[in-house]
Design a protein around this ligand. Structure first.
Ligand code: GLV
Ligand code: MN
Ligand code: MN
Length: 418
């Protein structure tokens, strides 16, 4: 019988992109000549350019692009009957930390595009809808709250709190979002999109040494250890660096320095704990000025959420004592807190069947997949980072591992099509 050309069209022609080739297209976007690496804060020119690049790539592939109310972008390969329930969703983020690497976020997005190419070359149509998502402000490097887009989507953050978050220039999330085409009145839990997700699989560069040590290119995630961020403000007496005797000073910078050391010492006493102060701002910030205030941000992580809470309480107590000893006052406020996440067992087992060589690892890095995890079945695939370094220009992925990752993502997604 002659083939029915109406119902069995040839597979759509797709560009033969590689992950490395796609990342090369954005290699100049947001390159930071001062810090090295990339600085791509959410809604900056660089991140907006990356969003346009993604929309262009999705459109070239015939995917239907949608912008969600929380700054996310979705690119759909729909089933022929148009229903979007029980969708397979993959993707990551395009924003970066200041001076970050090329792969944290963009690797997951580029791999998702290549995985769709691979699947389009194998299948005439998906048997489950497949979407690539790009979440906004995963790093929280502009507005302070990590995974802000996915937190808003799930309702894990109050939209009023999100609207009033400020960037380092004092602009609110509401103002910046509106100027970037996201209407701040409509941010918040997105019931419709959440209900469409049957499974979310995020591919990400590994941010530690697990795969180097195991000499494997890919891993499947078991869990993300709990983590949070706290802001400290130390108030002292601003004064003249030349005329103020050492005995007369109430210097919040000295208090901050002592607290940073106390933080390191507190974390060292707890196996598996990590505590970091990576950002500190003296006000007004002059070489010959004793600061009147110092703000700094604390990041604490531990697999046991109760231990995280006790570490933060010990640090707070130490900060109060040190501040008083230096004649200063201290305030501490929580900016975000994510509990330890164990990924969906069924989805993890499906990935283990699809990628039988891949070891199972946990991670100390946060991800949108972790935020989504209490709401939808979620899993992650990690790609080896031969430097073992991340949130730094030295973050790296070998070309062959990147392509292996995209093929593995395609295999895993195909295996879930049933
Ligand atoms: C994000 O990468 C984080 O773990 O802070
Ligand atoms: Mn990151
Ligand atoms: Mn990331």
């Amino acid at each position: 019988m002659a083939p029915d050309v109406e119902t069995t069209p040839p597979p759509a022609a797709v560009p033969s992109a590689t992950v490395t080739g796609l990342l090369a297209e954005i290699a100049k976007t947001g390159a930071d000549s001062q810090r090295g690496g990339y600085t791509r804060p959410v809604f900056s020119t660089a991140e907006m350019d990356l969003r346009s690049w993604f929309v262009d790539q999705a459109t070239k592939r015939g995917l239907a692009v949608e912008h969600d109310p929380n700054g996310g972008i979705w690119a759909w390969w729909d089933v022929p009957w148009g229903d979007r329930s029980n969708s397979l969703v993959t993707g990551s983020h395009l924003d970066s930390v200041p001076g970050g690497g090329a792969f944290d976020g963009p690797l997951g997005v580029a791999s998702a595009l290549v995985a769709v190419d691979i699947l389009k070359s194998r299948l005439q149509a998906p048997s489950r809808p497949l979407a690539i998502v790009v979440f906004a402000e995963e790093e929280g490097s502009r507005f302070g709250v990590a995974c802000l887009g996915s937190r808003l989507t799930t309702g894990a953050i109050d939209p009023d709190k999100a609207r009033s978050l400020k960037d380092p220039e004092g602009a609110t999330f509401a103002e910046v979002a509106r100027a970037s085409g996201v209407e701040p009145r409509f941010i918040g839990r997105d019931e419709e999109r959440l209900s469409q997700i049957g499974a979310f699989v995020e591919l990400h560069v590994e941010q530690g040494r697990g795969l180097i040590d195991l000499d494997r290119p890919l891993a499947i995630a078991s869990s993300i250890i709990g983590h949070g961020r706290w802001r400290f403000s130390l108030h002292g007496q601003g004064n003249h660096a030349g005329t103020t005797l050492m005995s007369d000073r109430r210097d919040p910078m000295v208090a901050a320095a002592r607290i940073v050391v106390a933080i390191r010492d507190t974390a060292r006493k707890q196996p598996h704990a990590r505590a970091t102060v990576g950002r500190l701002q003296p006000v007004p910030g002059g070489t010959n000025v004793i600061a009147s205030r110092v703000d700094f941000w604390l990041d604490v992580r531990h697999p046991d959420d109760a231990v995280t809470a006790s570490i933060v309480e010990s640090i707070h107590e130490a900060a109060r004592l040190i501040a008083a000893d230096e004649g200063c006052a201290v305030e501490m406020s929580e900016e975000s807190l994510s509990q330890t996440v164990h990924f969906d067992t069924g989805l993890q087992q499906a990935l283990e069947r699809a990628l039988p060589q891949a070891p199972v690892l946990d991670t100390g890095a946060g991800h949108d997949a972790g935020v989504l995890s209490p709401y939808v079945p979620t899993a992650m695939v990690f790609v080896r980072n031969p430097s073992g370094v991340s949130h730094s220009p030295e973050e790296h992925v070998l070309d062959e591992d990147a392509e292996t990752g995209a093929r593995a993502l395609a295999d895993a997604l195909q295996s879930m099509m049933g």
